[in-house]
Write a protein that binds this ligand. Structure first.
Ligand code: GLC
Length: 838
């Protein structure tokens, strides 16, 4: 089932092919008027603390430096003048802390550091860069046959690396492509891609970062350029990959992966550069219900009641564009919602948070303060000849805040005050590619996705945080900077709460500000399958809080599809149902009783595992590790994980849970691959599967195939109806039998920043002596932490003869044979050691 590089579903493959063909034709066409020039030979070398700056015979200058011990940075200025070193992606600046040791010969310049680590070899004629790891293995090497080149007329740039034919690529942010991305042509240009088909590219997000895997060794490459960028990952020539941009500098980072050469190390270094997501509020990890749109107020109340009366847990209700007065952001349609604070207060008392959509377009209307204030402040985009730039979106003709202007960000951020005062908890930023409607004055023409008239003209001005430029340069940052304005504004207004922002568009580093959903997907099995590859790849692109519209946005779903989707997504980081306007009712109870029961169970599973998921988000904040992971990420030496074939995608949640959802219609079993090096225990039956094997697993509609890693410790809790009930719900740990191991549980207030000032508790649970002892240790001062009140041992074939809790015989122990699960209640106040005599 695994390991074919070209495992594209037939339709996807055709589309992808058509698009890449189009792309190649476009490039070829633009090449015709281009004046490409090779970078040339090294003509002068200037030594810097952490590397060298070279002058090349073409007039270009190139800086090759150690950004950090395991991160090499290459920066090339085609005309020989470096720009201000400013990036929207990065949060750490070049620290120049690594002292380079530079050795020049007639042919080369070699750069190392004082400690054992990577080595850079620069060849002088022609100029090429090779990066070696600490063991002397090549990490990346320029392809001398296709040197770094610049088109001085149009500003385009390009570089190529030699490629091993067995090198696999992952990441690239949000791409409607299969899991592994070798042989793909990728374009980054944020696009409103309604109902994108598999293979369509680009879509909403631009993250020009990938992780490469070659025979178990990983490295990463991040091309920090916000213009339209492209990557050809061995499609045109299998022994090379090429990347380039329509303008700007050639500015990229190579993450060597350090001594270990693992994906974890590569991603940790990328996260160190572009940032990690701060711990989101606990409520945003609960189940969320959306549609375009719930209105009027009575409908919203009915939906909320629908959850509570049916005992289906949920935390969040979304209000899509129809809540506004004529789609004017920060207003209410008072017909539909006569008293928002009252409604929001009632919802909140019932355990519901409300999130509203806020789009960037501000209606041009002299009687609308957001417009008149924005204009007076000079916060809107201007055309190249200094007029206010206007275009149509939902409200009609709009002006658009320039989110690359810090003052405009601050102003826009301050507008959230009203919504917050009314009782809104989170904000959903949409249409921020930016998306516009083609002007009415344009003669009718076919509706195509990649239509230049569906975003700003390329010459619209941006203030660029001090480096003014045109839209061609800043287009890809628009969504991210909008999300930043929202995040920073809300944080300033509510310094004691953690902001929740959801965005459709973004650029590398978006995780510092926002969760991301995969836009307007489609209610189809194909899209359900695609969502797995999209979310795991987003996750390894540094963005942990990701999800797809459950059920599919466009078109109606049948009962089976919706039910399987709600089940498959139950443990994906962002868990929200959403559906387009005019379509079916799409609540967990909309498809009859049988489906309602199964849907409830899917959402309940989510809530039971929230203590584990929350701990993973805390771990992400500290280390940059993703919540959702493709298998290869943790098992890079297991080649069976490299190129999973659709529709049999699987993913990991953290290190310890393996999810193998059913993604095809009618199937009631599916093959599951257990990665090598660990054994896996069926969550439902306790059956053990050895790593490196396949098994056919039963998966009736009511069951999500779910496995826990032997040796793992997984915190769980009983079902609660919303996260507000968690503080009173007893905490349990599932000790997964079959290997020694350790796990950690993070607890804090679930909101606010007390945890950064010591109000947290970490519980470490260790399983040792072949499962004969389980020890619990606590650190941290969070007074309201829940004690562990139950230990469940999963995967035990028989009830142990004797069980002791802190030396005393355990009471009220139960053992379920068909779950192979032993339940040992702990006394009030917890316990520190449980021992078993088999
Ligand atoms: C866009 C969004 C979608 C939303 C709709 C109306 O299509 O992607 O999620 O429902 O606009 O706001």
């Amino acid at each position: 089932m695994i390991l074919s590089v070209q495992n594209l579903i037939a339709r996807g493959r055709l589309r992808a092919f058509a698009f890449s063909l189009l792309f190649v034709i476009t490039i070829a066409a633009s090449d015709a008027g281009a004046a490409w020039r090779a970078a040339g030979n090294v003509s002068a070398v200037a030594r810097e603390t952490n590397g060298v700056v070279l002058t090349l015979s073409s007039g270009a200058r190139v800086a090759v430096t150690f950004f950090d011990l395991d991160v090499v940075r290459v920066r090339a200025a085609p005309r020989g003048v470096f720009e201000r070193d400013y990036s929207y992606a990065t949060w750490s600046r070049d620290r120049k802390t690594v002292a380079a040791v530079i050795k020049e010969t007639g042919e080369t310049i070699e750069i190392t550091t004082r400690v054992e680590g990577p080595k850079i070899i620069i060849r002088r004629r022609p100029f090429t860069v090779t990066v070696l790891d600490a063991r002397g293995n090549v990490v990346v090497e320029d392809d001398a046959a296709r040197p770094v080149s610049f088109d001085l007329e149009n500003g385009a740039i390009e570089a190529s690396k030699r490629r091993d034919e067995l090198e696999f690529y992952y990441g690239f942010g949000e791409k409607a492509m299969p899991t592994s991305r070798q042989g793909q042509v990728i374009v980054n240009w944020n696009t409103d891609a309604f109902a994108y088909a598999p293979g369509v590219d680009p879509i909403y997000q631009s993250i020009p970062f990938f992780i490469a895997l070659r025979q178990g060794r990983a490295y990463g490459l991040f091309f920090d350029n916000t213009y339209r960028t492209h990557f050809d990952m061995g499609r045109t020539a299998p022994n090379r990959y090429t990347f380039g941009a329509a303008g700007g500098e050639l500015n990229y980072y190579v993450f060597t992966g350090g001594r270990e050469r693992t994906p974890q190390k590569v991603l940790a270094d990328y996260a160190e550069l572009t940032g990690r997501m701060p711990l989101p509020p606990l409520w945003s990890l609960g189940y969320q219900q959306s549609r375009y749109s719930y209105y009027p107020e009575a409908k919203v109340r009915e939906i909320a009641r629908g959850f509570r009366t049916r005992k289906i847990p949920a935390d969040v209700i979304y209000l899509d564009i129809d809540y506004m007065d004529g789609y004017r952001v920060f207003t209410w349609d008072k017909q539909k919602f006569p008293d928002p604070p009252r409604m929001l207060g009632d919802l909140s008392r019932d355990g519901f948070r409300t999130v509203v959509i806020i789009d960037p377009g501000i209606k041009v209307d002299e009687n609308y303060p957001a417009y008149t204030e924005g204009r007076a402040g000079g916060f809107f985009h201007q055309t190249k000849d200094g007029r206010e730039f206007q275009a149509k979106v939902w409200p009609g003709v709009c002006a658009f805040p320039d989110f690359t202007n810090p003052k405009a960000r601050e102003w826009f951020g301050s507008l959230y005050a009203k919504n917050l005062d009314e009782g809104i908890s989170g904000f959903w930023n949409d249409m921020n590619e930016p998306a516009t409607f083609p002007p009415d004055t344009r003669p009718p023409q076919p509706n195509v996705m990649h239509d230049a008239a569906k975003t700003f003209p390329l010459d619209v001005r941006h203030s660029g945080d001090g480096t003014p430029g045109d839209h061609a340069r800043y287009h890809n940052t628009y969504g991210m900077q909008m999300a930043r304005a929202t995040f920073e504004g809300v944080q300033k207004l509510r310094p004691d709460a953690r902001p929740f922002v959801l965005t459709r568009a973004g650029y590398a580093g978006i995780q510092r500000f926002s969760a991301v959903w995969t836009g307007d997907n489609v209610a189809s099995w194909e899209h359900l399958q695609l969502s797995m590859a999209m979310l795991t790849n987003m996750s390894v692109s540094g963005v942990p809080f990701v999800g797809a519209d459950v059920g599919g946005f466009a078109n109606n779903a049948n009962a089976e599809l919706y039910t399987r989707w709600l089940q498959a997504a139950a443990l994906t980081p962002f868990y929200r149902s959403h559906v387009a306007t005019g379509l079916q009712e799409r609540e967990p109870w909309s498809f009859g009783e049988t489906h309602e029961r199964i849907n409830r169970a899917s959402i309940e599973l989510r809530y039971q595992l929230l203590p584990y998921i929350y701990t993973l988000f805390r771990e992400h904040e500290q280390t940059g590790m993703p919540v959702m992971r493709p298998l290869w990420f943790n098992y890079p030496t297991d080649y069976n994980t490299y190129s999973p074939s659709l529709p049999f995608e699987q993913f990991l949640v953290g290190r310890d849970l393996l999810v193998a959802p059913v993604l095809t219609q009618g199937d009631t079993k599916r093959p599951v691959y257990f990665p090598k090096g660990d054994a896996w225990i069926d969550w439902w039956t306790g059956a053990r599967y050895e790593g490196g094997t396949f098994a056919e697993i039963d998966a009736p509609l009511s069951r999500l195939p779910l496995f826990a890693r032997a040796g793992a410790i997984i915190p769980v809790q009983p079902v609660v109806q919303h996260t507000g009930e968690m503080a009173r719900a007893p905490l349990s740990v599932v000790v997964v039998h079959g290997a020694d191991g350790e796990g950690r549980i993070h607890q804090d207030a679930g909101d606010g920043y007390g945890y950064r000032r010591g109000a947290w508790r970490a519980t470490t649970v260790t399983q040792a002596a072949g499962g004969r002892t389980v020890r619990l240790k606590h650190v941290g001062d969070f007074a309201e932490a829940r004690p562990v009140s139950l230990v469940e041992v999963l995967g035990l074939n028989a009830k142990p003869k004797e069980i002791r809790v802190d030396g005393r015989e355990a009471k009220n122990v139960s053992y379920e044979r068909d779950e192979r699960r032993l339940r040992v209640p702990l006394p009030d106040g917890g316990a520190s050691e449980i021992t078993f005599v088999p």
